[in-house]
Design a protein. Structure first.
Length: 228
């Protein structure tokens, strides 16, 4: 997670904490950074004008002095549950952590009665999607696609052979119950489909993609279509 994204997520976490606030250690654990980094982020938020308070000693921590006004979201309990269920059932999907953060924002601004009803209904939906890909793999791949720079992959193919490749991310695709990164592979000098579950390591570079068009991928699988 980049710092700008972490600052937004940190603000949301403090907003959800309400008047209780949260300790620096808990925030550090939540965002998987050091306490020193969290305190530096909090100082940056305070300098930007966010109304933060802090308490020292046992039970101390940080919080928002006042709740920031957010635009109303008019969803039914069933609609809120549908969004929560979709995200919970798709941990393998690209941008899964961003989807989770977006859901929390939506739940935060629902009216209390709807939020309570959605929470009650959520107990009637069970999900067991299996382990999600590591964030250390997904985040560089996602960011490389957004910024259109190359990413180095350690990849294990179906035969168990591991290779390291530099690829130009083109699209994410979901077919046959699996997520793929479709990219221009500089090792093979061709378009290749990479099963996200077979990527063991990913490192974003600063080298720009050369502009391969999505049309080079070919015809989508039957029934497949872009989101937008």
């Amino acid at each position: 997670m980049k710092r700008a994204e972490r600052l937004h997520a940190l603000t949301d976490s403090l907003r959800r904490a309400g008047p209780r606030g949260r300790s620096a250690q808990r925030l550090a654990d939540e965002f998987q950074v050091t306490v020193r980094t969290i305190k530096r982020d909090l100082a940056a938020l305070s300098s930007s004008g966010l109304p933060l308070w802090s308490r020292t000693g046992p039970g101390g921590g940080y919080g928002l002095a006042e709740r920031t006004a957010l635009p109303p979201v008019n969803l039914s309990a069933a609609q809120a549950l549908a969004l929560v269920s979709a995200v919970a059932a798709s941990p393998h999907a690209p941008f899964g952590d961003s989807a989770g953060a977006a859901i929390r924002k939506i739940l935060d601004v629902l009216d209390p009665a709807t939020r309570r009803r959605a929470a009650e209904l959520s107990a009637r939906v069970w999900v067991h999607p299996g382990p999600a890909p590591k964030r250390s793999v997904m985040s560089p791949v996602e960011q490389a696609l957004i910024e259109q720079v190359t990413v180095r992959l350690d990849y294990v193919d179906a035969t168990g052979t591991e290779t390291t490749r530099e690829v130009e991310p083109m699209i994410f695709a979901y077919t046959g119950g699996r997520w793929y990164l479709i990219a221009w592979c500089r090792l093979r000098d061709a378009v290749r489909w990479f099963d996200l579950a077979r990527i063991t390591r990913a490192t974003q570079t600063r080298r720009p993609c050369t502009g391969h068009d999505v049309a080079e991928i070919g015809t989508p699988p039957p029934g497949s279509a872009p989101l937008g």
